[in-house]
Every structure is written in C-alpha cells, then in structure tokens.
Write a protein that binds this ligand. Structure first.
Ligand code: HEC
Length: 127
C-alpha cells in the first residue's frame, strides 16, 4: 500500500467516525417546556390513577390522548384552555358522554397555582 493510499484510508475512516459511522442521526425526541415537564409530574401523581395518555385506554376516566385538540370542541364558547381549566376546577360542569361524575372536585384546592398551570400546560401538549 502506498503511503498516499494509507493516508487516504485513514482520512476516510476518520470522516466516517465523525459522521457516526454513516448512520442516520436519530431525530431528537420531542421536548416539553420546563412548565409542561412539571405538569407531567403532577399528572402522574394526581391524575394518572384515572387517566391514561395512551389512545383508547380507559382507566376510570377517559384517555386524555388528543385532549388538546378535542378541548376546544367540547363546550360552545369555551376555548381549549378554558375547557381544560374548568375540567379540573369544576369537573361536574361538563361530563364527558358515557362517564360518571367520578372526578374529584377538590383537585384545584390540592394543587398549588403553579402545579395547576403546569398540568394545564401539559394537557395542551397532548395532541
Ligand atoms: C378518581 C378519578 C379521576 C381523577 C383522579 C382525575 N380524573 Fe379527570 N376525569 C375523570 C372522569 C370519570 C372523567 C369523565 C367525567 C367528567 O367529564 O367529569 C374525567 C374527565 C376529565 C377531563 C375531560 C376529558 C375530555 O375528554 O373532555 C379532563 C381534561 C380531566 N378529567 C383532567 C384531569 C386532570 C388534569 C386530573 C388531575 C389533576 C384528573 N382529571 C384527575 C376521573 C378522574
């Protein structure tokens, strides 16, 4: 092998290593804002016993997969944010068809203002 070919091979290998061996870079995972991240923790703690975020998975309450999209269509004149906030503050203000009024109505008192805002922000990411 000529020194020139050797150099070429080494450069080639270095280049491959730098590009991760030619493998396609994985797309970055979707990231939640710090607020939504906190909301996810609140959700796991206070809501996850009754609500799944996987589609069509009913625990006690409906799955909240896609709730960000549905929220604006639930109650006339309520935008998504208002509907989601009302769902937590006054769960019996609107009942999802087919479900009983089983959601606790003291959740908003248990949560700090920060936690409440955070959990709503998290629900808004469930598209
Ligand atoms: C003890 C069970 C229980 C817990 C805990 C609970 N929920 Fe619910 N939730 C329900 C049930 C049952 C319904 C359906 C009846 C209704 O509309 O109130 C519901 C409905 C909802 C809806 C309306 C969904 C839709 O498709 O319109 C939202 C939003 C919601 N819950 C959010 C939450 C959040 C956020 C928490 C935690 C802070 C929580 N829930 C905790 C039982 C629960």
């Amino acid at each position: 092998m000529t020194p020139r070919l050797k150099l070429c091979l080494i450069l080639c290998l270095l280049c491959l290593a730098a590009c991760g061996g030619g493998a396609e870079a994985a797309p970055p995972p979707p990231t939640l804002s710090p607020q939504a991240q906190l909301g996810k923790q609140v959700f796991t703690r206070d809501c996850g016993a009754c609500h799944s975020t996987s589609p069509d998975t009913i625990i006690v309450g409906p799955s909240l997969a896609g709730v960000a999209n549905r929220a604006a269509t639930r109650v006339a004149d309520q935008d998504a944010y208002t509907y989601l906030l009302t769902s937590v503050m006054q769960p019996d203000a609107y009942l999802v068809e087919g479900y009983e009024n089983l959601m606790p109505n003291n959740l908003s008192k248990q949560l700090t203002g920060e936690e409440l805002d955070a959990v709503i922000a998290y629900l808004q990411t469930l598209q």
